[in-house]
Design a protein around this ligand. Structure first.
Ligand SMILES: Nc1ncnc2c1ncn2[C@@H]1O[C@H](COP(=O)(O)OP(=O)(O)OP(=O)(O)O)[C@@H](O)[C@H]1O
Ligand SMILES: [Mg+2]
Length: 398
């Protein structure tokens, strides 16, 4: 077995050289070819860092990382330019899974096996409200998922001050006034989304969830950072790293505690209603402008206590212009019911059922208060386009 360090080169013939403006071919990446020898956590961690430093993957397919799209607990997501034949260059989002969360390489690869199996099953799901995932691959023991690169922002960034400050100087006074009436409100120095836009976003999330649940999966990690809106205003669910099959026995705690349903805190296992509770928490955050509770650094017991009482306190949590709409408050109360049996029967029911969100849309239409939400969002996002790349700006400063 070759124990020397190997150097991976991409050889590009002059005639067929792809035009990669900002990123000329990176220096050769040196990664110890320990495979198929046993790998240690140190080797895996070094390999992960080498890929991030080299801003590229060169085996089994070549990608250059044009920029970081986002980071999370599980790893980093890059905009990857894939080099095809004859200089064809296509864009993908590459999610690199960090080994740092795991105790041993075997634990890491076991979990990567779960992700790989999940990608195989979920790749078949066609839904405009779910990111398309194409493939799971490994390079030097490091797992990554190649998926559709969404040209947009996630909802936590959409709510961020940074996003607002970037858009503001690019708007005329008239545009700014329109956006503050259609897309968001600025109150007490806080950015909140307009109720009509929130209803629109929630309905997109519920449509994606309906499809996911129908295919037998729970998302199990719904939060603003895991929902994106693209440049046309379409809503897309992302980050299925913690998705589980409905009725799957979950042995350890998944997801972000702040957005978990009470039964998940109690380790009782999840159901579609657990995802619906998270949708309710997302709704509150978009309407109020901050997560509930505002300070997430509280114990799990305290989080659970807050969540058990949230449905009864909506009148005091929501801004007055929202709490005066009894139907909308009723919907939020049903999504956030402490007992899963008291929530909606399904995502579809919460969306288009008799007492679902579609009723609010109808009210807005009758009152002449509806607007073209997708277009409004799209117009707003168009103020965030980076001149160089023509993509919506999502740098880490957000
Ligand atoms: N397909 C995509 N296209 C564009 N941006 C993306 C895509 N997938 C993820 N991102 C961006 O990267 C961020 C992190 O991705 P993701 O949520 O998958 O990582 P994560 O490590 O699982 O996060 P966490 O576990 O903290 O939720 C997202 O919030 C989003 O801003
Ligand atoms: Mg995430």
């Amino acid at each position: 077995m070759n124990k020397q360090k190997s150097t991976v080169f991409i050889s590009l013939e002059a005639n067929h050289k792809p035009r990669l403006k900002q990123h000329p071919p990176s220096p050769p990446v040196t990664i110890p070819p320990d495979l198929p020898q046993p790998m240690t956590m140190d080797t895996l961690t070094r390999n992960y860092q080498s890929i991030v430093r080299a801003l590229g993957i060169y085996y089994p397919v070549a990608y250059q990382f044009a920029r970081l799209l986002g980071k999370g607990q599980q790893g980093q997501v890059f905009l990857g330019l894939r080099q095809g034949a004859r200089g064809c260059i296509t864009e993908y989002a590459i999610k690199l899974y960090s080994p740092c969360l795991y105790a041993t390489p075997e634990d890491y690869w076991t979990d990567m096996g779960r992700i790989a199996a999940q990608v195989s099953r979920m790749q078949r799901i066609q839904c405009p409200n779910i990111v398309s995932r194409y493939s799971y691959q490994e390079t030097y023991g490091i797992g990554y998922v190649e998926m559709e690169a969404i040209d947009g922002v996630d909802l936590s960034r959409l709510l961020s001050r940074h996003c607002l400050e970037r858009a503001m100087p690019r708007c005329s006074q008239g545009e700014w006034v329109t956006f503050t009436q259609t897309v968001f409100r600025l109150e007490q120095n806080r950015m909140r989304l307009q109720p009509g836009v929130v209803v629109y976003l929630l309905r997109g999330i519920l449509r994606g969830l309906e499809r996911l649940h129908d295919m037998g999966f729970l998302h199990f990690d719904l939060k603003p950072g895991n929902v994106m809106v693209d440049r046309l205003g379409s809503v897309k669910l992302i980050d299925f790293g913690r998705a589980v099959m409905i009725n799957e026995k979950v042995s350890f705690l998944f997801g972000s505690p702040l957005y978990m349903a009470p039964e998940t805190h109690r380790r009782e296992g999840g159901s579609p209603q657990s995802d619906l509770f998270s949708v309710g928490l997302i709704a509150l955050q978009l309407l109020v402008g901050h997560p509930i509770p505002e300070n997430p650094d509280v114990s799990e017991a305290e989080l659970l206590k807050v969540k058990m009482g949230i449905a009864d306190k909506l009148d005091t949590i929501l801004p007055p212009y929202v709490s005066e709409n009894a139907d909308l408050v009723g919907i939020l109360r049903k999504l956030l019911a402490p007992n899963p049996a008291d929530r909606y029967a399904s995502a579809k029911d919460a969306n288009v059922g008799e007492s679902g969100l579609a009723t609010i849309d109808k009210q807005l239409i009758y009152a002449g208060l509806d607007t073209e939400y997708a277009r409004d969002l799209s117009d707003y996002l168009s103020k965030l386009i980076a001149p160089q790349t023509q993509r919506i700006e999502t740098d880490e400063a957000d």
